[in-house]
Design a protein around this ligand. Structure first.
Ligand SMILES: NC(=O)c1ccc[n+]([C@@H]2O[C@H](COP(=O)([O-])OP(=O)(O)OC[C@H]3O[C@@H](n4cnc5c(N)ncnc54)[C@H](O)[C@@H]3O)[C@@H](O)[C@H]2O)c1
Length: 351
């Protein structure tokens, strides 16, 4: 078990374990009710056992289930959940429990930030990707015109991983989670004392079973270092967007057929090429090919540029990328350079 304390406006612990020891250790008496929000997949796999563990520590457990997938991260799901909460008598002393992947973490976290003007919540993540999304307190739902367009900052009062639940993840979701873990590995050389980029590639290429407690903890330490310095994204928190400018555009052009972390993998190849780091771009690209990362169904370049135009990092109409060189920078890049990088990537996928 690894415990990582996060310094934030309201500090909290991230516990990464291979069982649910935290349930016995937590103080529950101050909460009037526990309100679990989960999705149908997670509910069918783990709902019954998790619920019975919670009912041993608290007499009032309310259970809400939404459909899996990002379409549930919407204002209509939010309204539906508020109706359920009110119907069950959830009050301001209720603890909301986000039990699932990043979609549930974002939706339930946002619900906690607005329900009766804000209630406490904890994250119980069940995907690899959620080692990123569950930490840092950024919560949101999507708008039909833009992902995460309606959101807030609301820190959880704890994040509790039981990595034994990762065994049932479909292979595409494992790759997607590795996308965000690789992002943290690339950022580690700038924010930690030593980089774990080479170690991670070594472990992945050996094809051995991953020690998730240790790997997720390494990723979370990168996120910790960044969000503790910049809780509300006024500065370096933007670094966490490495790979996301092209990644988000790709997700949108592909109508979310490609999972988030896989899109970030493509986006990091793109950003390394823009950074002039062809060696890292090539190493990542080779790993992606070897591991069957969903290939891009290429559309005309203008489609990607149009989507990049609405990226949240942009300023005065210019498209900005997080670039990794000697140091990290967030820079405007010309459309000519973006066009030529798109052509290069199309060439790589075609070879
Ligand atoms: N808030 C943030 O800082 C932040 C950061 C990164 C990503 N995100 C958000 O996270 C979301 C993506 O998260 P995700 O990849 O975890 O997606 P997800 O929550 O949609 O989960 C992916 C799929 O895996 C299933 N699943 C979850 N746990 C499982 C398990 N243990 N076994 C089998 N199946 C399981 C889910 O039902 C779903 O079908 C996106 O909405 C993205 O915007 C947020």
């Amino acid at each position: 078990m690894v415990t990582i304390p996060i310094e934030a406006t309201t500090p909290y612990d991230v516990v990464v374990d291979d069982q649910d020891r935290w349930i016995e250790m937590k103080e529950w008496s101050s909460y009037s009710m526990l309100w679990v929000v989960t999705d149908e997949h997670v509910d069918s796999l783990y709902g019954e056992t998790f619920r019975s563990k919670l009912t041993r520590v608290h007499p009032h457990v309310v259970w809400s289930v939404v459909e899996p997938g990002d379409a549930s991260k919407s204002l209509s799901s939010l309204e539906h959940l508020v109706t359920e909460g009110l119907g069950h008598g959830c009050d301001r002393h209720t603890l909301l429990v986000a039990f699932g992947g990043g979609m549930i973490g974002d939706l339930a976290g946002f619900l906690a930030s607005v329900y009766m003007r804000g209630i406490s919540y904890i994250q119980v993540p069940t995907t690899i990707l959620a080692h990123d999304s569950a930490v840092g307190g950024k919560v949101a739902v999507n708008h039909p015109l833009a992902k995460n367009a309606i959101g807030s900052f609301h820190q959880p009062s704890g994040v509790y991983y039981n990595v034994s639940r990762l065994d049932t993840l479909p292979v595409q979701e494992v790759r997607s989670g590795l996308g965000e873990l690789l992002k943290h590995a690339y950022l580690s050389r700038y924010v930690l004392e030593s980089s774990f980029e080479d170690d991670l590639f070594l472990a992945l290429n050996k094809g051995e079973e991953m020690d998730w407690v240790s790997w997720l903890a390494r990723g979370i330490r990168v996120k910790q270092a960044i969000v503790e310095t910049d809780e509300r994204e006024q500065g370096i928190r933007a670094w966490l967007n490495f790979g996301h400018t092209f990644g988000h555009a790709l997700e949108s052009v592909e109508s979310y057929r490609i999972p988030h972390g896989e899109a970030v993998l493509h986006g990091m190849v793109f950003a390394f090429l823009l950074s002039g780091d062809e060696e890292r771009a090539e190493r990542l690209f080779d790993w992606m090919r070897l591991n069957d990362v969903t290939p891009i169904d290429w559309k005309p370049s203008a489609h990607y540029i149009e989507r990049m135009m609405v990226d949240k990092k942009n300023r005065h109409g210019s498209i900005r990328f997080v670039l990794l060189r000697e140091s990290i920078s967030v820079e405007s890049v010309s459309t000519e350079q973006i066009y030529s990088t798109l052509e290069k990537m199309k060439g790589w996928w075609g070879r």
